[in-house]
Design a protein around this ligand. Structure first.
Ligand SMILES: *[C@@H]1O[C@H](CO)[C@@H](O)[C@H](O)[C@H]1NC(C)=O
Length: 230
């Protein structure tokens, strides 16, 4: 046992340690996907104040159905992810987009339509920031995992892109990971081209880069495209 005086002297160091520990808890992983399915936060009653996340019909027109239409990834479903929910560059250091997430200790009721500022921690994106709004949940995601919605990023488990856009049976490129180069985006449906190219421009073709993250108030630009906020 340390005398009280010695303990007092240790406090600043202990606080510093705690602060570093808290930062370490906010590390996350990323992957990428674009499966064209209706995102999970597109159903009513997922903890947001205004919502759900807007979805689109096969021709990319807003459904305005308050989340009632079944997903194009389910039998007989006809609701799809809108092309407007693709990422874009705000400037060289900041981009906005959407993601399927799983946050440690949370549920959809806590993360649907919440925004997170992701800071990349490795080259080539070191220090760049991507602010994402959570529109979806992945049953296959680990804790503090952001599956970034990037057209041409791979359809993953589900695939409605064949139904919606006539994509190849396993989606564009590899089922997991998607297309390999910006040139592969040239043959994309017009509405998805810019989002596909973003991965090779602002995102510099990074492959599942690690991040640190903090919860932030959503920029109005992200809310404007989904119609959903906390
Ligand atoms: C980039 O955009 C963000 C968000 O609008 C802004 O806060 C930041 O100052 C901008 N950075 C530069 C270098 O323009």
């Amino acid at each position: 046992m340390l005398p009280a005086q010695a303990l007092g002297a240790l406090v600043p160091a202990a606080l510093l340690f705690l602060a570093q520990g808290a930062a370490a808890d906010n590390t996350g992983t990323t992957t990428r996907y674009w499966d064209c399915c209706k995102p999970s936060c597109g159903w009513a009653g997922k903890g947001f104040a205004v919502g759900p996340v807007g979805t689109c019909d096969k021709d990319d027109r807003p459904l305005n159905d308050n989340g009632a239409t079944k997903s194009g990834c389910d039998d007989g479903g006809s609701a799809y992810m809108c092309s407007s929910q693709a990422p874009w560059a705000v400037n060289d250091t900041v981009a906005y987009g959407y993601a399927a997430v799983r946050i440690a200790g949370g549920t959809e009721a806590s993360w649907c339509c919440q925004c997170y500022e992701l800071t990349f921690t490795s080259a080539p994106l070191l220090g760049k920031k991507l602010v994402v709004q959570a529109t979806n949940t992945g049953g296959d995601l680990g804790a503090n995992h952001f599956d970034l919605a990037i057209p041409g990023g791979g359809v993953g488990i589900y695939n409605a892109c064949t139904q919606q856009y006539g994509a190849p049976p396993n989606g564009w490129g590899d089922r997991y990971g998607g297309v390999h180069s910006k040139a592969d985006c040239d043959s994309f449906p017009q509405a998805l081209k810019a989002g596909c190219s973003w991965r090779f421009d602002w995102f510099q073709g990074a492959d599942n880069p690690a991040v640190t993250f903090t919860q932030v108030t959503c920029p109005s630009e992200l809310v404007a495209k989904t119609g959903c906020h906390r």
